[in-house]
Write a protein that binds this ligand. Structure first.
Ligand code: GAP
Length: 420
């Protein structure tokens, strides 16, 4: 958290006013990292697959959506207060009957709906209530018919969406792990009911692999299947991809077999049919649903490394090059011509295609450390030799190994590293 604040990755929200509990802002490097996480997901889900298309639906929707989905009645947590210390708990997270903080008496559990309520228009009355969506999924379900009618999709196919969701959580916390406002990446994959179990199994494995391929330590990832008794109101089966955070194993993403519950509910409440093909099948939905902020936190935590180098501590964010906020730094070894001119030219050339930085401040060792801390995978140094041999030294963040490559091949070098 200290590194995130110091290096402009994540700041407490509204900090000059004392902050606002459980809300965070992404700083200049944080926004690049989070965008890269979203881009990696979008590329793998939408761009690289011919069976998945994208969508961007509104946050505010007709309140009937939440009636049909079951959120108005089911999306609740049991809220328990301590009569003595006034602390608030989620009833289902408590083991005993006394306050875990002070031993005081607890109130009976009240069901508390997690959706943020607002009003549309200047007057607050019950006719114009609207909700901030608690998941992006419903925006996909209500557009199911639009997508089927406007594209040539055939089962199985998916609709993917990235967007903000809001939950009035009773016990948020652990930095950006559980917040009031967060982003989700959700895929709703529509399948023939007879293939649902096979598809569910395949998606659980594929989603675990996605995190591994983006560099997360395999030993810190696992899949956990929920017991049937703990399933949400819409689910037939759910598995979580979990990561071992410093505060313990916790959910990164849930993969659910939602059956035909959602489409049937929306068909019933809207009067529109939600079927496909000549056989008029109501598809089952397999839903890999992840949190962008949670994934970003896991990538950050997993990448954070402190190591001893020549008696000093080196702090490195060993992020996958695809996720690193800055892809390369261009470092002139001297502030003299023609070295500066060559370095600036390389920088101007590369920044057309990549997020890169130019840094000529301080010793080269200090400049490497600055880039290591924000996870920049490559540094290119330019010196007097470059003038003659038209080559630069590339220094690898993780191994700190250096090699000389032609200056004309630098862009291609980066392109290759960013696509594998
Ligand atoms: N459409 C299904 C759905 O929303 P969920 O398990 O409630 O399922 C999916 O949420 C993912 O969204 C979670 O795995 C988590 O990554 C993220 N998420 C949920 N609540 C969150 C919160 N309060 N703060 C940050 N991320 C959250």
């Amino acid at each position: 958290m200290a590194l995130c604040k110091r290096r402009g990755l994540i700041f407490p929200s509204s900090e000059i006013y004392g902050g606002f509990a459980n809300t965070w802002d992404y700083g200049p490097y944080g926004v690049l990292l989070k965008n890269n996480v979203k881009q990696a997901w979008w590329t793998d889900m939408v761009q690289k697959r011919s069976d998945i298309i994208g969508l961007d639906s509104a946050i505010l929707m007709n309140p009937k959506v939440w009636e049909a989905s079951g959120h108005l009645t089911e999306f609740t947590d049991p809220l328990v207060d301590c009569k003595k210390c006034k602390k608030r708990f989620k009833g289902d997270a408590l083991t005993g009957t006394a306050c875990p903080e002070c031993g005081g008496d607890l109130t009976a559990a009240k069901q508390f709906n997690l959706m943020f309520k607002t009003n549309v228009g200047p007057v607050e009355d019950s006719d114009n209530v609207a909700y901030l969506r608690p998941e992006t999924a419903q925006g996909i379900f209500v557009n199911f018919k639009n997508v089927v009618d406007s594209t040539r999709v055939k089962l199985p196919f998916g609709i993917a969406q990235i967007g903000k969701a809001f939950r009035n959580e009773i016990t948020p916390g652990n930095f950006t792990f559980r917040t009031l406002e967060f982003e989700q990446f959700e895929l709703e994959y529509f399948v023939n009911p007879k293939d649902a179990d096979k598809q569910y199994q395949a998606w659980t494995k594929a989603r675990l692999k996605w995190y591994e391929d983006l560099g997360i330590d395999k030993k810190k990832l696992r899949l956990t299947e929920h017991p049937k008794s703990a399933l949400a109101h819409y689910a037939q089966a759910v598995s979580d991809v979990e990561y071992e955070f410093p505060f313990g194993w916790s959910e990164l993403e849930g993969i659910a077999n939602r059956s035909d519950y959602d489409l049937k509910q929306h068909a019933k409440f809207s009067g529109e049919d939600m079927v496909v093909g000549e056989e008029k099948i109501t598809p089952y939905i397999i839903e890999p649903s992840g949190g962008v902020d949670r994934a970003t936190l896991a990538f950050l935590v997993d990448a954070y490394t402190e190591e001893e180098v020549k008696g000093e501590t080196r702090t490195v964010l060993a992020l996958h090059p695809k996720l690193a906020p800055i892809k390369a730094a261009i470092l002139p070894l001297v502030k003299k011509e023609p070295v500066v001119e060559i370095a600036k030219k390389l920088y101007e050339e590369l920044r057309k295609e990549f997020f890169v930085e130019y840094d000529d401040g301080g010793t080269v060792g200090k400049r490497y450390r600055r880039q290591d801390e924000i996870g920049t995978p490559y540094c290119f140094t330019i010196d007097f030799e470059t003038v003659d041999d038209k080559a630069v030294t590339v220094r690898d963040r993780d191994s700190m190994a250096q090699e000389r490559i032609p200056i004309s091949s630098v862009a291609e070098f980066l392109r290759k590293k960013l696509t594998t």
